[in-house]
Design a binder for this molecule. Structure first.
Ligand SMILES: [Zn+2]
Ligand SMILES: [Zn+2]
Length: 305
């Protein structure tokens, strides 16, 4: 009896598992299975060598790596003695070595093990896809608000002021904003794929674990693409804002008109309508009309005095 109240000790479990257990690479995880050395029920413990970065798990990458992992009983039989969510409560450590030919060797360990830790990693792996999708959804919302913030900022300088910029700058800003929006739309598409998955045809997964890890890998890829596209989009927007701020506006000529006897008026020339010349004194009021007949002289100025 050891302190968990079970029949054997960590060392005994580990020694027994060394003989009885097999470890096979299944897609991106290593499936460690056999009969639990304590309760004798069949169990499978998934071990993910690349737990979050699970993008490229190949035996070449894994080879020559040795590690000690915690395994806990994950049998499907209800054990009243157990304090963990599943299994009989037995937990032990094992050395795990991946050979270059892909063969995986389990070796017994004498180190004490915590069944809660084994249980934690089992649950972590089982909920990985679910959690990644939830995280993706949060990122989706967060990135969208980031874009809104930047585009809202650019609205400070509206269309009217852009109209005063030289034609080449107007075209550049237009192209930049369109490409930023296009990038954002593509990004949103990948964000949706990351958060909710995308139905596709494929061969039936070998196990629930290969399904979870294949989908999780795709989710992670889509989330990363979303992040990259969002930041590109924001950069393009910032560039467009920079143009509206720093490209000098077209020089505006002001017209100073002397009319009647000595009346003088200065402002931006709007147009000539039939018998009137229209001048805008400021950007808020309607243009002032001056009868053409009364005009004595006109002068172009760079600014009104
Ligand atoms: Zn059991
Ligand atoms: Zn067990």
């Amino acid at each position: 009896m050891n302190k968990t109240g079970l029949l054997r000790s960590w060392e005994e479990w580990s020694k027994k598992a060394e003989k009885d257990f097999t470890a096979k690479l299944q897609g991106k995880i290593i499936a460690i299975s056999g009969k639990c050395p304590e309760c004798q029920h069949q169990m499978l413990f998934p071990y993910a060598p690349k737990i979050i970065l699970g993008l490229k798990v190949k035996t070449e990458i894994l080879s020559r790596e040795e590690r000690t992992i915690t395994i806990s009983c994950t049998c499907n039989v209800k054990h009243d003695t157990s304090t963990t969510a599943r299994g009989c409560g037995a937990a032990w450590k094992m050395g795990l070595e991946i050979k270059e030919n892909g063969q995986i060797i389990l070796t017994a360990s004498t180190e004490p093990a915590d069944s809660n830790e084994g249980d934690f990693w089992y649950t972590y792996n089982e909920k990985l896809l679910e959690n990644l999708r939830a995280v993706s959804e949060k990122w989706q919302v967060g990135l969208a608000s980031l874009v809104t913030l930047v585009t809202g900022y650019s609205a400070i300088k509206g269309r009217e002021s852009i109209a005063k910029l030289p034609a080449w700058a107007q075209i550049t800003i237009g192209v930049l904003i369109l490409s930023a929006v296009a990038t954002q739309i593509i990004g949103a598409f990948f964000a949706l794929k990351a958060a909710h998955g995308s139905p596709r045809m494929g061969k039936h997964p070998d196990s629930k674990w290969t399904y979870i890890f294949d989908e999780a890998t795709l989710t992670l890829k889509n989330l990363n693409i979303t992040k990259i596209l969002t930041f590109i989009s924001i950069l393009i927007f910032i560039l467009a804002i920079g143009f509206t701020w720093y490209v000098p506006e077209k020089p505006i000529s002001y017209l100073q008109v002397t009319y009647n006897e000595k009346d003088k008026i200065c402002g931006e020339l709007v147009d000539i309508q039939e018998t009137n010349l229209r001048i805008k004194l400021n950007s808020f009021d309607d243009p002032t009309k001056i009868p053409l007949q009364g005009i004595k002289s006109m002068e172009l100025l760079t600014e009104c005095k």
